[in-house]
Design a protein around this ligand. Structure first.
Ligand SMILES: Cc1cc2nc3c(=O)[nH]c(=O)nc-3n(C[C@H](O)[C@H](O)[C@H](O)COP(=O)(O)OP(=O)(O)OC[C@H]3O[C@@H](n4cnc5c(N)ncnc54)[C@H](O)[C@@H]3O)c2cc1C
Length: 567
């Protein structure tokens, strides 16, 4: 008999969104339980946040710059603009003081003034650029521990459970012990993030296998704009385990200079302050310029180009940049040497289709917070705001309703699925091989897309689903710390998320932001300024478009060639 726990609000995920959702739901008086596949505040991509944008309403020019950045460069006009206005209020009024109350010290100058990154879009860092995320999350982790909120770490949620009308809880695998249990909840907040380890090189961490997207898809939720998948350009090529070490191209602390990208001939082909001064996260523009270098044979997607700060005094980089350590550890000098880079699959703009006033998804009882949503690319601050909105809405609603019935049949079916993978065989094939194959398929699909290569990726994913998954065998059938077991479950999530992403890409007949289709090489604001939605209902894929309103900042052109657009 599977153990069943009960709570008002179940929060899944322990990053910027999940931690804030849990704290804010508890503030509203709801009983909260938190399940985290990694460690609370130490897993997911929130720990990589280098800096947080500084929002202001008192300086009108700074505010206009930030709006243009948010809507145009960061979200390619796909953001929910009314959400941006509400998020701006939160950032101006609540975000910084909230964290200061928990003990965060923002970097200050000798007079005690907040030290800013002095660019068109101002930002703050906690201590050093590159070290902000861990500091902020450590404070939230301690606060959750201090309040003794029920917390299940190193426990993976494997499925959402519904009673036919609404989500009624979730199943959990504690992979430290192999215990499988369920949590019955009045409302569930999914906050599993948007940087998944879905390509050979990715900024997502091992536990990020797109479980949130896959579980929501299986529960019948709508997903939107999944194809708007960012890539980092200036990430360390070798050693491979450092592939998510980002050599920031963004405006830097302590200098007006920004890093540069050089091709294999040593020619500089990108720097933020020159090529995209209005953007403070200029990755899509870096990509376009790298693409031209690759096509000219002067770089590869996996190397053959370098990045560096050697035109900036070394003392400044060492004082303000956590990343200076990378050079030290490789035995290089940040004031002199450049590092070879490769692209890495990064955050995703798209995700669950949500109503941004509550973060409710299209499935009753299910809320989505943070990077997992489809309304804004993300960032530590916006993900925290989403957590607050979802946590409060889920709590207020939960306090008004009774616990839903937990569907016993679905619970037993999920237990059978999970334990079905716990079979050892010396011959394999191993789940890790299947995961590597999925990553390879998405890496091969890469940045330059067309109908043919997306159809080929779909067929290759289908082959893994049909040929490999049913034959997966583990090295051991132990229930304790059996990472192969978890890998098998991860493979299923990855396949669902990747298939949905490719299908969504096939539906979008234009190019935009990080999404480049060489068979539709133009930005088409007339037809594609929309949430491009996919869902799987009773095994059938469905799609539809939902128009995006642009009340504050409409695009200037209806249509323009992709390589001439700067967003
Ligand atoms: C390399 C990198 C650099 C970045 N730099 C910046 C920056 O400088 N400034 C900035 O503002 N933003 C930055 N971002 C973006 C920012 O970090 C994210 O937008 C934001 O932190 C997302 O938070 P989240 O809570 O939605 O997801 P995450 O922080 O990814 O958290 C997801 C959580 O879900 C858990 N989880 C996953 N699957 C399951 C499951 N099945 N069961 C239970 N738990 C699960 C994970 O363990 C994790 O705890 C960066 C992101 C990356 C990847």
């Amino acid at each position: 008999m599977t153990k069943v726990l009960e709570t008002d609000v179940l929060v899944i995920g322990g990053g910027a969104a999940g931690t804030n959702a849990a704290l804010k739901a508890a503030d509203r008086g709801a009983q909260v339980a938190i399940v985290v596949k990694g460690l609370l505040g130490k897993s997911g991509c929130s720990i990589f946040a280098a800096f947080t944008p500084y929002f202001t309403k008192t300086d009108e020019q700074a505010r206009r710059n930030r709006w243009r950045f948010m809507i145009r460069y960061y979200n390619h006009y796909l953001a929910d603009q009314e959400y941006c206005a509400r998020m701006e209020d939160y950032m101006c009024e609540e975000f910084y003081p909230d964290l200061e109350r928990l003990g965060v010290y923002w970097r200050r100058d000798a007079q005690g003034n907040l030290e800013m990154i002095n660019a068109r879009n101002r930002s703050l860092v906690a201590h050093k650029q590159g070290a902000t995320g861990p500091i902020l999350l450590e404070k939230r982790r301690r606060e959750i521990q201090r309040r003794a909120l029920p917390l299940y770490e190193e426990c993976a949620v494997t499925s959402l459970l519904g009673d036919g009308e609404r989500v009624a809880g979730a199943t959990v695998l504690d992979y430290r012990t192999g215990e499988f249990f369920a949590i019955r909840a009045k409302n569930v907040v999914l906050a599993t993030g948007h940087s998944d380890y879905l390509a050979t090189r990715a900024t997502g961490t091992r536990e990020q296998s797109a479980d949130g997207l896959a579980m929501a898809l299986r529960a019948g939720a709508e997903l939107a704009n999944l194809e708007i998948q960012w890539w980092h350009v200036s990430d360390v090529l070798a050693p491979k385990s450092w592939m998510r070490y980002h050599l920031y191209p963004n405006p830097l602390m302590g200098t007006l200079e920004t890093s540069r990208l050089y091709n294999s001939a040593g020619e500089m082909f990108y720097e933020q302050k020159t090529h995209s001064p209005g953007a403070s996260a200029p990755y899509t523009e870096q990509l376009r310029r790298l693409c031209l270098q690759v096509q000219a044979g002067k770089a590869r997607w996996d190397g053959g180009y370098t990045s560096g700060y050697d035109h900036i005094p070394g003392d400044i980089i060492r004082a303000y940049q956590h990343q200076a350590k990378v050079w030290g550890k490789l035995g290089l000098d940040v004031a002199r040497d450049r590092i070879e880079c490769g692209i890495t699959m990064h955050m995703r703009h798209g995700g669950l289709n949500v109503d941004t006033r509550t973060m409710a998804t299209t499935v009753p009882g299910l809320y989505a917070a943070g990077g997992l949503g489809c309304h804004y690319l993300g960032g530590f601050g916006p993900a925290s705001y989403d957590g607050k909105v979802a946590g409060e809405a889920a709590a207020e609603d939960a306090l008004r309703r009774a616990l839903p019935r937990l569907p016993q049949q679905a619970l037993e079916a999920e237990a059978a699925r999970v334990f079905g993978f716990l079979q050892a065989d010396a011959a394999g094939p191993r789940p890790m091989q299947a995961k590597l194959r999925v990553r390879q398929i998405m890496w091969d699909l890469g940045y330059i897309k067309n109908e043919k290569n997306m159809q080929a990726a779909l067929a290759a994913l289908q082959e893994v689903r049909e040929q490999s998954v049913p034959r997966l065998r583990l090295q051991s059938a132990s229930r304790v710390w059996n990472t192969g077991w978890l890998d098998a479950l991860d493979t299923c999530s990855m396949l669902d998320a990747c298939e949905a992403t490719v299908r969504s890409g096939l539906n979008r007949k234009e190019s935009r932001g990080p999404f480049y289709r060489e068979d539709y090489p133009y930005v088409d604001n007339e037809h594609w300024l929309c949430r491009n939605i996919v869902a799987r209902v009773d095994g059938e894929w469905r799609s539809r478009q939902q128009k995006i309103e642009v009340p504050h900042l409409p695009p200037e052109k209806n249509r323009e060639p992709f390589f001439e657009a700067d967003y």
